[in-house]
Design a protein around this ligand. Sequence first.
Ligand code: ADP
Ligand code: MG
Length: 263
Amino acid sequence: MTATDIETERHIDRSAMTVSDEVAIEIRGMNKWFGSFHVLRDINLTVYRGERIVICGPSGSGKSTLIRCINRLEEHQQGDITVDGTLLSSDLKNIDRIRSEVGMVFQHFNLFPHLTILENCTLAPIWVRKVPKKEAEATAMHYLERVKIPEQAHKYPGQLSGGQQQRVAIARSLCMNPRIMLFDEPTSALDPEMIKEVLDTMIGLAEEGMTMLCVTHEMGFARQVANRVIFMDQGQIVEQNEPEEFFNNPQSERTKLFLSQIL
Ligand code: ADP
Ligand code: MG
């Protein structure tokens, strides 16, 4: 699976993917420490609605921690994070509100193994959102069709391939009707032949206008889908640019070194 494989098999209408001037996420002067380890350093980032941002960088550079701070899976110590106009603080009401706007998909799919695919998708809508069961199931089937595995609804995660499980994880997130999706290396635990089916699902979401932040090293996806690529190293945003410029004309030595290692 290479970047070119995706390019040849699917034409993407980039012009249809518009970016609004409405701010979805605003991060200002954000710092985070794990104990005495300064993991995120003075992060400033404005994400506009409809943006598809790819975040890349060496292992340990703070990519996961950054996106986990956005829905408060990690707590930052300094600076402000505002999501959809709501300031993230220790106020639980705000945290709930932000989590209901933001879906997240992880490298390991984190499905509940003892629940069916359908139950995985309806659990939160029924118990957190108080959606009636029938309605939650109809919504779940709608999204399982969107990710092209409605026929798996009554199976258990262990009976599905990794790629199928990851698509379920995406469908499960969508059932909560998020306005922003965060992806943390969603394809890096998958066998090569399954990467494409997950990337295709993500491309579909992008084409429908979803605001997306994706930590990924799939540079073909970045070139095709992202409107902006961010490079992180040692807890900092070192460089960011539109994909063409980012790949063809990287500015910092650290970015050049990184790109020379992965491309
Ligand atoms: P990336 O996703 O870019 O690989 P991470 O955000 O996972 O990087 O981690 C950044 C740094 O923070 C790494 O050095 C990692 O070991 C450290 N780290 C991550 N989570 C924790 C934690 N819960 N406690 C202490 N250190 C952590
Ligand atoms: Mg990570």
